[in-house]
Ligand binder design. Structure first.
Ligand SMILES: *Cc1c(COP(=O)(O)O)cnc(C)c1O
Length: 436
């Protein structure tokens, strides 16, 4: 085969011919060549051959230090051996029964211990399914139709939450996907993040029709947007005073900010919580849970319908339960937070040395390099220079570091990242800033 060296943005030279060939076939078979949109890196993504620890290897033999980490689930890094052996053991016993299993009870007990606000829960298959079901439950429980979300927050790919951020807080949502009838989202209201007044106004005005406020307590899908001091406490207060349910979508923050998620980190209790990502230890999972009096409305104990063939499947529960147990036993959060701190400090020094127009921020083991000013809401995030970020992305990849392929994603650090990884990353980062 002829050796092709692909020029990816000007001056960048990488060996990626096998990935390129695969992508050329993929675009004929899969929309955009991928199974989920963010993976369609331009001009084409690298194809992964295997991954272990902090490293991901592509089909052309390149090896990258991974800070994308499948967009959040892999807090232990790739292919953790303890999780792997638990999975092998389960595989011997079969991998799908369609009947209850003991692990459902054990894992549910563990989660209710870690999350004070969760007394009862249901296992589902994805974060999207969890938020879809939690919203249905909030509507069923309160008998109200409207929901309020935060501009730029992401709760998965179902109709009610696929609403464009933007126009005034009180105007009805406009779908930002074809195929979502405006009628389906006319009940979805929005306000900007970190704006207590806007939230109070919309909640008070709509309190008789408003089932819930749903939010990511730390926004991880519009770059990384951290709540200002006191904001979440105010949100809790306003929703409680107006008798509106508060749903914390902790699909990213759960088991990441603390074992008990953002709720433990900030000392706040939501009415309903959604979990996913880390909760499945790298296998598909979603969880929604909350106060017993609300959760008892879910079928078959109540009249809010929810069901799934693969829900509570033995493999996802095994990987998730083993991961959370491992995290407790090895104080994983302390370790990854320390690694993140060291890394971010090093990156910050490089930014200062370079006079580049960048900022960086982090919380626990999430961090983000902002090409522009650090945002406090979605409108700010839209001002970031996403094209320059992509140039940076490719430069980093050329230097064997895999950051997420979008300015609007968050970087993650895992338990598998070593001191040497951190040093290499800082060095690569400095080099990239000089060449940008
Ligand atoms: C990833 C994500 C989801 C969707 O989870 P899937 O498992 O991809 O369906 C929902 N909410 C938040 C905050 C997420 O980050």
């Amino acid at each position: 085969m002829e050796k092709i060296l692909i020029q990816l943005p000007k001056r960048l030279v990488m060996k990626l011919e096998k990935s390129k060939a695969l992508y050329e076939e993929a675009v004929k078979l899969l929309p955009g060549g991928v199974s989920s949109p963010v993976r369609a890196i331009k001009p084409f993504p690298f194809y992964t051959a295997k991954a272990e620890g902090s490293k991901i290897y592509d089909v052309d033999g390149n090896c990258y230090i991974d800070y994308c980490l499948a967009y959040g689930p892999l807090i232990l890094g790739h292919a953790n051996p303890v999780v792997k052996s638990a999975l092998m053991e389960q595989l011997e016993k079969g991998w799908l029964y369609g009947t209850p299993i003991e692990l459902e009870v054990k894992y549910a007990k563990l989660i209710t211990k870690l999350y004070k606000s969760i007394e009862m829960l249901r296992f589902v298959n994805t974060g999207s399914e969890a938020t879809m079901s939690a919203i249905r439950l909030a509507r069923g429980f309160t008998g109200r139709n409207k929901i309020l979300k935060i501009e730029g927050s992401f709760h998965g790919s179902h109709d009610a939450v696929l609403v464009k951020a933007g126009s005034g807080a009180t105007t009805h949502g406009i779908p930002n996907s074809a195929g979502v009838p405006p009628d389906f989202v006319k009940h979805t209201l929005q306000v900007p993040f970190n704006d207590v007044e806007a939230l109070a106004e919309v909640v008070e005005k709509n309190r008789d029709d408003l089932a819930c406020v749903i939010m990511e307590p730390v926004m991880g899908n519009s770059s990384l947007i951290i709540p200002e001091e006191g904001y979440l406490k105010e949100v809790r207060k306003i929703t409680a005073e107006n008798d509106v349910l508060l749903i914390f979508d902790e699909v990213i923050t759960g088991f990441r900010l603390a074992l008990g998620g953002a709720q433990e980190f900030y000392g706040i209790e939501a009415d309903l919580t959604t979990l996913g990502k880390i909760a499945g230890g790298g296998l598909p999972i979603g969880i929604f849970g909350g106060r017993r009096e609300i959760m008892e409305h879910v079928a078959p104990s109540g009249n809010v319908y929810q069901a799934g063939t693969f829900s509570g499947n033995p493999l996802s529960l095994t990987a998730g339960y083993t991961t959370v147990k491992f995290m407790i036993e090895n104080k994983v959060i302390d370790v990854v937070n320390r690694t993140t701190e060291e890394l971010v400090k090093g990156l910050k020094d490089q930014i200062e040395d370079s006079n580049a127009n960048l900022e960086i921020d982090s919380i626990a083991s999430m961090f983000c390099v902002y090409f522009g000013r650090k945002p406090k809401n979605y409108a700010d995030a839209l001002k970031l220079d996403k094209d320059r970020y992509m140039k940076f992305f490719w430069k980093m990849l050329e230097n064997d570091v895999f950051f997420p392929p979008s300015q609007f994603e968050t970087c993650f650090v895992s338990y598998a990242h070593t001191k040497e990884d951190v040093e290499k990353t800082i060095e690569a980062f400095g080099l990239c800033l000089r060449e940008l």
